[in-house]
Structures are given as C-alpha cells and as structure tokens.
Design a protein around this ligand. Structure first.
Ligand SMILES: NC(=O)c1ccc[n+]([C@@H]2O[C@H](COP(=O)([O-])OP(=O)(O)OC[C@H]3O[C@@H](n4cnc5c(N)ncnc54)[C@H](O)[C@@H]3O)[C@@H](O)[C@H]2O)c1
Length: 318
C-alpha cells in the first residue's frame, strides 16, 4: 500500500484518480484550494476516505506538509480553463508554473518514488504537424498553452538537476462523468439534456479534438505512476489520447441520439471558439510501448456513461 498525494484532487481528473487509487488500496492525500471551484471528492463519494490538505500550490509550507512521507505524487492542480487563463495570465503562470516548481523543490530531497505531472496536448500549441508526437517542439500561443508548456519543461528539468523520478503527461480532451466544469463541451451538453434546455456551444462544430474517456485517463495515470516507480520513464513526456480526431459536431450528434433527440442544439457561432486550436490529436504509441496502456472506451460508450452519471446527479447540473 503506497502513500499517494494528488494535487488538484477536488477537480475532474484528480478526484477520479483519487477514487481509483483508493480502490486499489492506496492511502491518498489531496492538496487543493480551501475554496475549490467544485467538490469533486464529494461527487465521487470518497471525501471521507481522503486526507484533505487545504492550501495553495505556491505556498511552500503547505506543499512541504502535503508531500511529507508520500511515495507517489500526482500533480494535477492547475488553472485549467482557457478563458480564465487568458483573462488573468499572471495568476495562471503563478499556479501552473510556480506551483509546479514549488512542489518539485519541496520533493528534491524526499524519498518519493514517482512524480507524475499533468501537462497537456495544448502545450504543443497550434502545430500543423499532426498527430502530435513527443519529439515535436512545444509551440504554445495562449497563456494556458504557455503555462502548460512551461510546467512541462520545468518538471522534466528536475530529472536533470535533481535526479527526480518525474514524468509528464500530455492528455488530450478528457470527458466523462464527474466533470463539473460546465463551460466545457461535454458537461454543458449533459447539463442541457438533463435540464431540458438548449446547450450553449462556443464554435460552429467544426473543431476536431481527441476525446479521451476519464476511465482511460485514470488508467494512464496509474500505468505511468507504476512505470516511474519501477525506475523507467524519468524525465520523459507521454501523450495520452485515442489518436482519433472527432468533430465537435459529431459529439453533439451522439449526445442528441443518446438523449432520444432531446438535445436541440443551436450552434450560433460562425467560427471556432476564440483562442482555441482548430484541430488536435495525439500519437500515444510511446506510452503504449512503455506501459501497454491504450484507450479502450469508444465515443458512444463514453458519452453514454457520462449521460448516466449526470442524469443520476441532476441537481448538480445548471
Ligand atoms: N480536462 C482535460 O481535458 C485535460 C486535458 C489535458 C490536461 N489536463 C490537465 O490535467 C489537470 C487536471 O485537469 P482537470 O480537468 O481535472 O481540472 P479541474 O479544473 O477540474 O481541476 C483542477 C483542480 O486544481 C485546483 N487548483 C487550482 N489552483 C490551485 C492552487 N493554486 N493550489 C491548489 N489547487 C489548485 C482546483 O481547485 C481544482 O480542484 C490540469 O493540470 C490540466 O491542465 C486536463
């Protein structure tokens, strides 16, 4: 039984990962803000089983207390939405970059066996080279992209300067039950079905994304945690996705079908959402070769799971 820390564990991916770690018998502590945007640990039904440390990632005292004695650290805490990141780039860089180096500095002389840091496929920026491969340079444009690229570089540099057992994940667009960020596409579609209203869609439906189900995302974190704790993958970045780009329009269609035609989408905007990249998907062959991980959940199956989750929690849906 390992002692694990999940930063950002109140969030979508962090809370699902926390639940999965608990199900495997690990001990889990979570570091998150005292007033997180939502309480993912409650939504996952695991709040009582977790040691919750309330604090900011840029507070070295809190972080030092949170990492004490941990064998595996999963660093997911971040400003994660593109719009708020553009509105307040300084706060975004502080949390996403300073927060990352604060954590890594605190871990320098610890006995930690694995540190897995969340970067993003957005760190590649609007690169025309598709699918993204780990050997490509990171060419971010927006503050969110820039902050994830910087966090990615900072994390990998700790392998060189401190011999740290650290790896970086570059996940594609994660969706599924448990995401309470209703400004994102899938939660908004689900809330619209459950609340019987028209969804707000911030593009013309043409952007293509690599939609990865939350269960596949969690499985990837567990696999990379094991890889790093086993002595491999240090200083490496790993893309995590399906490799199959899907148009936003197609996601809307599937949700409409699953809801028996109750969705009634109106796509108002003529172009893609401002500041978002038009087409993105990743090549995940590196993580597959290193760990055997691959995405298993297809889009229809994943959206059906999500619809069931939100339907059971209608009170959470705006
Ligand atoms: N969701 C995706 O599609 C996706 C894709 C690629 C990468 N990522 C990355 O994965 C990670 C998790 O994403 P998510 O979707 O679960 O995000 P989320 O927004 O649901 O959760 C982020 C969590 O971080 C916490 N946090 C923010 N600032 C903090 C601070 N200063 N100190 C402590 N905690 C803080 C928030 O309170 C929240 O609970 C992020 O690093 C994100 O950049 C997400």
């Amino acid at each position: 039984m390992a002692s694990c820390l999940v930063t950002g564990g109140q969030g979508f991916i962090g809370s699902a990962l926390t639940r999965a770690l608990l199900e495997r018998g690990e001990r889990v502590a979570v570091l998150d803000l005292p007033d997180p945007p939502f309480e993912g640990l409650e939504a996952q039904g695991v709040a009582a089983e977790v040691e919750l440390i309330e604090g900011d990632l840029i507070d070295p005292g809190k972080v030092a207390a949170a990492i004490d004695g941990r064998e595996r650290v999963f660093h997911l805490g971040a400003v994660t939405l593109v719009g708020p990141a553009a509105a307040d780039p300084i706060a975004t860089y502080r949390t996403n970059v300073e927060g990352t180096w604060t954590l890594l500095e605190c871990l320098r002389d610890s006995e930690v066996q694995a540190v897995v840091v969340a970067s993003s496929d957005k760190a590649y920026g609007p690169s025309p080279e598709l699918p993204y491969r780990e050997v490509q340079p990171l060419t971010p444009v927006s503050p969110y992209e820039g902050s994830k690229a910087a966090c990615d570089e900072v994390a990998r540099s700790y392998r060189a300067i401190a011999g740290m057992p650290v790896a970086v994940t570059r996940l594609a667009n994660v969706y599924g039950g448990g995401d309470l960020n209703f400004s994102r596409l899938v939660p908004e579609l689900m809330a619209a079905v459950v609340s019987e209203r028209a969804p707000q869609i911030r593009s013309d439906g043409s952007p293509h994304r690599d939609f990865l189900h939350i269960s596949d995302a969690v499985a990837a974190y567990l696999a990379i945690g094991n890889l790093v704790a086993g002595g491999s993958g240090h200083g490496e970045a790993f893309n995590i996705g399906t490799g199959d780009p899907v148009a936003v329009r197609r996601v809307i269609e599937v949700v409409d079908n699953l809801s028996g035609g109750r969705l009634r989408p109106t796509v108002e905007q003529e172009q893609g959402a401002v500041g978002e990249i038009d087409r993105q998907f990743v090549d995940s062959s590196k993580v597959r070769e290193a760990t055997g991980w691959e995405a298993r959940v297809g889009l229809e199956e994943g959206l059906e799971e999500a619809l069931g989750w939100y339907t059971e929690r209608a009170a959470l849906c705006p």
